[in-house]
Design a protein around this ligand. Structure first.
Ligand SMILES: [Zn+2]
Length: 88
């Protein structure tokens, strides 16, 4: 598996840092090298936060679905047990 490497200093560790860009209308965030600070990508901070909130909502929905699936499995076992009692 390849590992992301800074083109300037060969470091393989990166961080998010708020970017200060004159004239930028949005708040921007750099992905930058933790050693030399070379930026390797830039994101719109608002879009990044929206994406994070969306990921959290999806995670919450996944947890709720897991709860529903567990409840349905439980109900299925009860129905199966009741059906077996009627046969006997
Ligand atoms: Zn670097």
């Amino acid at each position: 598996m390849s590992v992301a490497t800074c083109a300037r200093c060969q470091n393989q560790s990166f961080e998010l840092r708020e970017a200060k860009i004159d004239g930028a209308s949005q708040q921007l965030v750099f992905v930058q090298c933790t050693d030399c600070g070379a930026p390797i990508d830039v994101f719109d901070k608002h879009a990044l936060l929206e994406r994070h909130e969306q990921d959290m909502r999806i995670k919450g929905i996944e947890q709720q679905l897991a709860g529903v699936a567990a409840a349905l499995a439980h109900i299925g076992r009860i129905v199966g047990a009741l059906a077996n009692q009627r046969v006997i």
